[in-house]
Design a protein around this ligand. Structure first.
Ligand SMILES: Nc1ncnc2c1ncn2[C@@H]1O[C@H](COP(=O)(O)OP(=O)(O)OP(=O)(O)O)[C@@H](O)[C@H]1O
Ligand SMILES: [Mg+2]
Length: 279
């Protein structure tokens, strides 16, 4: 497999007053077409890592290679064309007064000719199933629809890599699913590599590989299956577990021996009933 991103021993600190590095000697690679989820508790360095990959932050030591370019001040714009980022808050990502203007914005900046631009905007909106909303005002869309438009804005630029930094965290479950489905579809159609930073277990499960960050360091790396086998420890790794798993974990903390198998909410209620009866 050919590598599209190589992160090579990078370290970073925001200010000298900080006692520890925001990133400390982090290394990994991402293959072309691969989907990697990055998980970790708040403040573990996930967003900082994403920012070093598209050049918003320059690491103090180590380097980042995207495609065949090792990131430096001169090629930063080429890297940004290659790496698109979707952020957490859908409301902070709009610049256009209509959905199509918004998607066109990045293309205008690149100086794409008008006819070509119209085609690319329509094509991108079609890929995220938002073509019928082309003339709408972005402010009037649902959170999930807004994030799909943000994804279209990136797809229109034809990047190789898409980074989602908690792009689904402000959405309701339906919006999350909608965006996750869109990411899957777009990834397949465009042969994109995806980095998704998330606390959501379904989003992490969609990845080919999961990287776990803690206090600025990469502490674990594995398939979703391998990482999910850590059970309870996933909460410390920053994942929001489904409610029954969280409940099990809290019960365990107070010394109640809980079933080890996965239970649905209903299953958990049944188990609690029988547990109560046995006492
Ligand atoms: N602009 C900044 N200035 C100073 N320190 C910062 C800045 N941004 C982040 N930090 C610090 O760097 C460390 C890593 O932060 P980062 O935002 O990368 O964490 P994260 O894993 O993305 O967390 P979250 O899950 O809350 O988004 C934290 O200790 C944080 O306080
Ligand atoms: Mg973050």
């Amino acid at each position: 497999m050919s590598e599209i991103i190589t992160v090579n021993h990078i370290s970073y600190k925001y200010t000298d007053e900080q006692e520890r590095n925001a990133l400390n000697d982090v290394s990994f690679t991402i293959a072309k077409g691969e989907w990697v989820a990055i998980i970790g508790p708040n403040g573990s360095g996930k967003s900082t890592l994403a920012k070093t990959i598209n050049g918003l932050i320059e690491p103090m030591s180590g380097d980042v290679t995207a495609g065949n370019l090792t990131l430096n001040e001169k090629n930063i714009w080429s890297i940004r064309e290659m790496v698109g980022m979707v952020f957490q808050n859908p409301d902070n990502q709009f610049v256009g007064s209509t959905v199509q203007d918004d998607v066109a914005f990045g293309l205008e900046n690149l100086g794409v000719p008008r006819d070509d631009m119209v085609d690319r905007v329509r094509d991108a909106l079609d890929k995220v199933n938002m073509l019928e909303f082309a003339e709408r005002e972005p402010a009037r869309l649902s959170g999930g629809q807004k994030q799909r438009v943000a994804i279209a804005g990136i797809v229109a630029l034809r990047p190789d890599i898409m980074i989602l930094d908690e792009a689904t965290s402000m959405l309701d479950p339906k919006g999350r699913q909608e965006v996750l489905r869109t990411v899957k579809e777009v990834k397949e159609k465009e042969n994109l590599s995806v980095i998704s930073i998330t606390h959501d277990i379904d989003e992490a499960a969609a990845a080919n590989r999961i990287i776990v960050m803690k206090a600025g360091e990469l502490i674990k790396e594995g398939t979703p299956e391998e990482i999910f086998s850590y059970g309870d420890q996933l909460i410390e790794m920053g994942l929001d577990l489904p409610f029954p798993e969280k409940l099990k974990s809290s019960l365990k903390e107070i010394g109640i021996s809980v079933p080890t198998e996965y239970l649905t909410e209903e299953g958990m209620v049944d188990w609690l009933w029988t547990y109560g009866l046995k006492k």
